[in-house]
Design a protein around this ligand. Structure first.
Ligand code: FE2
Length: 363
């Protein structure tokens, strides 16, 4: 009887402890966390799993992860959010974090993750051989997976490519009422302007932003794709857009989108001067990863010739592995000169860029 009482007391104690423990668990409300917890409990999985905190929003990624799982037996658990949210969550959770990898689309953001101490260095000969050093963090906190250019897209029936030259030229009065771009709340525009501050100084960057605002065809609205649609609708003639959106439209199974893409030309600006703005998608090992081997395997797969070919075909970004080729129509655009700058500059000048957009009246 006494023994039974002791056993019962121990059980009650364990239940209470369990309840307290679950209170202390990191945010378990999101779907992703639940999936991760399930992942940790699932003993049936052949080779374990890897949890990716991802700020990317492309349909290509789940396809890549599926292909990786098929090849390795390692399940990929995706936890989505904005880069800011994911970095904050990793910081808050500390060594209880279930993040193995952090995947994001901007060199500045990757640098924030490195500076905020949520990543750890990781070196592998395979990564070194698959990704040129210029696309990797010099201290090995992240590796590039793909690049994207922010270019001038134009209406083929109203603009000749010979009329285009530089981002700066879009401030010329010949473009009055013809220029389209999305809001400055977009990280893509913030990094573009940050790159101009880094390359030309804040005064020039402000002159540019004011000049573009003066030439806007309409108050900025929508995403990059919406600027392409506005060209098709005759609202404006030139738009500042990321390359992969044009690729996605061209390859779309929706005949309207494919037709829209046919009317668009892609121009790589600043070829005689500072180069076209290029940004990077990259991935880094989370500081408290418990699945380091699986994380490394996924990084190596994503940057392998096979992974890169699949990525390029599905996302229309440019591969970083030289053995993989860009998909059409990107391949048909040929090579171009890109800006030469440190991706850390994109973070360094981001706040200043936001201030300039605000002053210039760019919505
Ligand atoms: Fe995007």
């Amino acid at each position: 009887m006494k023994r039974l009482l002791i056993v019962t007391a121990i059980c009650v104690f364990c239940v209470v402890l369990g309840l307290i423990g679950s209170e202390l668990q990191p945010d378990s409300r999101s779907e992703g966390q639940t999936a991760a917890s399930r992942g940790k409990q699932n003993t049936e999985m052949k080779n374990g799993f890897v949890t990716v905190y991802t700020a990317r929003h492309y349909e290509a990624d789940p396809l890549l992860f599926e292909a990786f799982t098929k090849k390795t037996g390692i399940e990929v658990v995706e936890i989505k959010g904005t880069a800011e949210e994911l970095i904050a969550r990793m910081k808050r959770d500390g060594d209880r974090s279930d993040a193995d990898l952090f995947f994001a689309v901007d060199g500045g953001v990757l640098n924030v993750a490195k500076r905020e101490n949520v990543l750890q260095p990781l070196r592998s000969e395979t990564l070194d051989s698959q990704v040129p050093a210029k696309w990797r963090d010099p201290d090995h906190y992240w590796t590039g997976v793909a690049t994207r250019a922010r270019v001038i897209v134009y209406a083929k029936d109203r603009v000749k490519p010979e009329e285009l030259s530089t981002y700066e030229d879009l401030t010329d009065e010949k473009w009055r009422g013809r220029v389209l771009a999305r809001s400055y709340a977009s990280l893509y525009n913030q990094s573009l302007l940050a790159s101009f501050i880094a390359l030309n100084g804040a005064d020039e960057a402000e002159r540019w932003a004011r000049g573009i605002v003066a030439n806007f065809a309409r108050t900025p609205e929508g995403g990059d794709r919406d600027q392409a649609q506005a060209i098709a609708d005759g609202i404006g003639d030139v738009a500042i857009m990321n390359t992969y959106y044009v690729g996605q439209l061209a390859a779309s199974s929706d005949p309207d989108e494919a037709q829209l893409a046919e009317g668009l030309g892609v121009f790589f600006p600043n070829q005689e001067t500072t180069g076209t703005h290029l940004n990077i998608s990259g991935i880094g090992l989370a500081r408290y990863s418990e699945n380091r081997d699986n994380a490394l395997k996924l990084m190596e797969y994503l940057t392998s010739k096979e992974g890169q070919t699949l990525l390029a075909r599905e996302s229309f970004e440019f591969p970083v592995n030289l053995e993989a080729e860009a998909a059409d129509p990107l391949r048909s655009w040929g090579t171009f000169k890109a800006q030469r700058l440190d991706f850390a500059d994109l973070e360094q000048y981001r706040q200043e860029a936001i201030g300039i957009f605000d002053k210039a009246g760019w919505k």
